[in-house]
Design a binder for this molecule. Structure first.
Ligand code: HPA
Ligand SMILES: [Zn+2]
Length: 325
């Protein structure tokens, strides 16, 4: 059994493996512009975030029915369980589906079919986090939040993803204020490709409790000191950072230095079908000493939104402490 851990930065649409993409395309009569699964994998040669997003949005065309979303999520949860994941906080991108004529009901009910049964079927507890596409307008994000109102018993929080540069957090001030008033937790991607100022803005303007990626905070020592002092978790995604060229290679990944600086980092897979590995593959890729890995696993549960089930969090932490390699 791999080290028990929580996964806190995982886009469910980014778990679409080429085999499932072709199976869903056949089931739904969707034509994919790729000859076979190898042709899709050959397209996993990204220059930056946008080049990845182009393929990510293109392949989503195969997701049409509740059953598709349930199959996608169930496949992820089975893989995650095999990699030691005990708790998963799963992002989804409703605007990318609404734009294709797929309803919020289809997406949420479909995902929930798998997530709601995950604890019994896979031993993985779950939360759902709805992300807004930051390269779409704030009005569109607000419309999406309103469309999600009937499903808020299934949605724990909101996030912000897609193309970062040129779309600062402040653009979504009102949307996040409304989300907070609705009782939703708040996270946002910041400092992946965007500058450290976006991390500061996500904290000050959006009130985020956790920062997704956050790597570029390292360019601002005062910001690092603040993140350490306030114990703000960063959901770091090593294989993603290498594939999207945020860092040159794994040996140069700043995660060990970030832990040394006292940052509350976690390790996550982001879009594992596209970036060459699920969460335990990300742990292994870093070649960290065992006690460092245990610290990261502890951090993942400390940073998770388990405030409504502290007994479960304590149980997971005890599993981490008892784990023997
Ligand atoms: O890593 C990411 N960054 C921004 N948007 C995304 N959408 C899916 N994955 C990502
Ligand atoms: Zn992400």
């Amino acid at each position: 059994m791999p080290l028990p851990k929580a996964e806190l930065h995982l886009h469910i649409e980014g778990t679409l493996e080429p085999e499932l993409a072709f199976a869903l395309a056949a089931r739904n009569g969707v034509e994919l512009p790729y000859a076979d699964t190898d042709a899709i994998r050959a397209a996993y040669d990204f220059d930056d975030l946008q080049s990845f997003l182009n393929l990510y949005y293109e392949l989503m065309a195969v997701l049409r029915t509740e059953r598709d979303f349930a199959d996608l999520a169930d496949a992820y949860l089975a893989r995650a369980a095999a990699q030691g994941v005990r708790h998963a906080e799963v992002f989804f991108d409703p605007q990318a589906h609404l734009a294709r004529g797929v309803s919020m009901e289809t997406v949420v009910e479909g995902l929930w079919r798998a997530l709601g049964e995950s604890e019994t079927r896979h031993g993985v507890s779950t939360r759902l986090i709805m992300c807004f596409l930051r390269d779409e307008s704030a009005e569109s994000a607000m419309d999406t939040l309103m469309a999600a109102k009937p499903y808020l018993d299934r949605i724990t929080g909101v996030g912000l993803d897609s193309a970062e540069v040129g779309h600062p957090p402040v653009k979504f001030r009102e949307v996040y204020e409304t989300a907070a008033a609705l009782g939703l937790r708040r996270v946002a991607h910041a400092g992946e490709e965007g500058p450290p100022e976006y991390v500061t803005e996500a904290l000050d303007v959006l009130g985020v409790e956790r920062v997704d990626h956050g790597l570029r905070c390292l360019e601002d020592p005062a910001l690092v000191a603040r993140l350490v002092r306030d114990r703000i978790p960063l959901t770091v995604c090593p294989l993603s950072n290498v594939r999207l060229r945020a860092v040159p290679d794994l040996a140069a990944h700043p995660l060990p230095a970030m832990l040394d600086a006292g940052l509350l980092c976690t390790v996550n897979s982001d879009d594992p079908a596209y970036f060459g590995g699920y969460v335990d593959d990300n742990f292994r890729a870093l070649n960290l000493p065992e006690e460092r890995q245990r610290e990261l696993a502890r951090n993942s549960f400390l940073a998770s939104f388990l405030e409504d089930d502290e007994e479960k969090r304590a149980r997971y932490l005890a599993e981490v402490d008892a784990y023997a390699w």
